[in-house]
Design a protein around this ligand. Sequence first.
Ligand SMILES: Nc1ncnc2c1ncn2[C@@H]1O[C@H](COP(=O)(O)OP(=O)(O)OP(=O)(O)O)[C@@H](O)[C@H]1O
Ligand SMILES: O=C(O)C1=C[C@@H](O)[C@@H](O)[C@H](O)C1
Ligand SMILES: [Mg+2]
Length: 413
Amino acid sequence: MSFGFGLLGEKLSHSYSPMIHNALGAYDYGLYEVTPEALEDFMKNGTFSGLNVTSPYKKEVCKYVELDPIAIKLGNVNTVYHKDGILRGTNTDYFGFLYLLSLSGINPEDKKVLILGSGGASDTVKSIIEACKPKDVFVASRKKSKEYVSYNNLPKDAQIIINTTPVGTYPNSYDTIIDLKDFEKCEAVIDLVYNPFKTPLLLQAEKLGMKISNGIPMLVAQALRSAEFFTGMSFRRYTADIIQELETYVKNIVIIGMPGSGKTTIGKAVAAATGRTFISTDEEIVKRAGRSIPEIFASDGEEAFRSMEQAVLKDICKESGLVIATGGGSVLRDENKDIIRCNSIAVEILRDYSLLSTEGRPLSEGKSAEDLEVMYAERNCHYDAVKDISVENNLAPEEVAKLIIDKIRRNSK
Ligand SMILES: Nc1ncnc2c1ncn2[C@@H]1O[C@H](COP(=O)(O)OP(=O)(O)OP(=O)(O)O)[C@@H](O)[C@H]1O
Ligand SMILES: O=C(O)C1=C[C@@H](O)[C@@H](O)[C@H](O)C1
Ligand SMILES: [Mg+2]
């Protein structure tokens, strides 16, 4: 077996590591999905140049490599590299979490901290949190042991909560591990998950006014530190730029707006200008149902249509890097707002009421410009709750697309 650089783990479809490492232009980096039964052979006989290691192998891999002091202290390895003919193991997650914590402005000193999960990432996080002089640290685990609290008996007065479990990771992007309503004293939530951008846990924390951070800063900082072990070159000065580029690149661009405002037209133009794949949720509903939208409304009613729309949104919005045109009423259901926001930048298309197309659109067909203005007044708060940016659709579609791309770039700075 011959391997270059890459990420070793069991299930890796969610990982942005190849994107980060390949962006450095210094080496080729791939994904090595290996089953537990094949791990020993991979570690002993694979002639790879260097590895990152992720769940569930960070502890297991320790037996195949020469550990440095930080890996010994944490008892887990996320970076494997060759030096002086020896296969060595270190831990750059430590460095990554330190970076995340300082960027987040969350200070654990004198706070009650609850860490969810007891795997490799949990040990790393705990070691850093303990060095910050917290009031108390609790680790929640499904394993029964004196050192852990159980999920049935979590400390409800925790002030900082850190999720180190994979719960909420793509493709199970809508799963959540706890309900923050039970934690009245909680001020800040860190979720090490980075795909989706905002897990349901982070979206809830944001709504409750808590400070939040996802796992992207940690992912990028640990990757660049690993790259130093792989190549002997320094890459840290690129950390902030890569975080920003990654955010813009991986988020979907979701187009929202009134029926007939140009969501599909402009969405296609944005996809053409960026090389992204375009998907229309309405077209997907029609494909799945085998009927047109007016037919679905006529035979099953609006609620049934909205349920089909929600199922389609859930499937599409958890993907990355797409342009997604939604139906005009998709923002009306509260659950859809979170589905749209979890991994996307939302762009609202605004168009003069007199120019809105109404033909074949069950909720606006036959309505005057005045009626449509009333409809917008009723819906405006829903569009506002979801949108990141808005753009007037009063130029050629290609020009409107350029405005959107430009606004997204400026918005992410
Ligand atoms: N910038 C534009 N210039 C010229 N025509 C446009 C522009 N934007 C949209 N249109 C036209 O307006 C009509 C409605 O556009 P489109 O179907 O893209 O709207 P939509 O918001 O996707 O509608 P729905 O709510 O039904 O999904 C189409 O005939 C489209 O060609
Ligand atoms: O999901 C990923 O790509 C990774 C996650 C962490 O385990 C990191 O330690 C690993 O290097 C890469
Ligand atoms: Mg459309």
